[in-house]
Design a binder for this molecule. Sequence first.
Ligand SMILES: Nc1ncnc2c1ncn2[C@@H]1O[C@H](COP(=O)(O)OP(=O)(O)OP(=O)(O)O)[C@@H](O)[C@H]1O
Ligand SMILES: [Mg+2]
Length: 237
Amino acid sequence: MSDSEPILFVKDLAVGYDDFLVANINLELKFGEIIAIAGPSGIGKTTILRTIAGLVKPLGGTIDCNAPRRGGIGYIPQKLGLIRHTSVYHNVDLGARSGTPFWDEPLTWFKRRDTRVTDAVNRMGLIEKIDEPVRRLSGGQQRRVATARTLAQKPKLILADEFLSELDDENISIVLQAVREYMSESESAMILVEHNLKRASEISDRLFQVKDGKLLEYEIDDSETHPIATNEDEVAQ
Ligand SMILES: Nc1ncnc2c1ncn2[C@@H]1O[C@H](COP(=O)(O)OP(=O)(O)OP(=O)(O)O)[C@@H](O)[C@H]1O
Ligand SMILES: [Mg+2]
């Protein structure tokens, strides 16, 4: 892996299920970069992330990802996919397991996993809840468990789907700071889906919107609170 190469190179990608939802997607993502995808409900944002994550088959085009095969892509799903009756620890360990190769150092496997779990739970401000079953946590706390699960995996590419929803301002700052710290330590990159356009533009280096079956880049103007958009309300709602 070389820093000069992009972590993700997407060419003429078309995504959808039976029919096309979004086509002609061209993206190049560098290490350290954060891009955000906005757009109205049901337009295909989650489908784009799931396709890049390898969970949905592309309908056309290519996706080249310069991340390790094992655990290299971390996906924080919109529907969290947590195991509700088991502990925060157990759920975050699922991420740590998938990112900690056993054969590299078999004797320290458990210890390495344990360190990753505790560290990720700590970063998400949930250490006091680590032994609680997930079902006893609030919606925002559960979302932070899903983020901790992905950080424990130590991915190079984070795909985050609405990972800040249900969080208050204070927790948004905690989560964002933790993710940014992780990204600078690990030289990773992130694509996030965020329906709140103002927040998306604040967090990201580049902002895209899905419109009329295409992924279009927005210009972020730093002198303005909002990016330059032709019809912002249409995108934000
Ligand atoms: N597994 C599936 N099989 C068939 N169609 C699906 C599947 N998942 C989603 N769809 C359809 O694809 C379209 C886009 O869904 P997607 O979840 O990508 O939208 P979204 O932009 O993420 O919306 P939201 O902002 O509400 O999360 C929707 O019409 C949805 O019904
Ligand atoms: Mg979605």
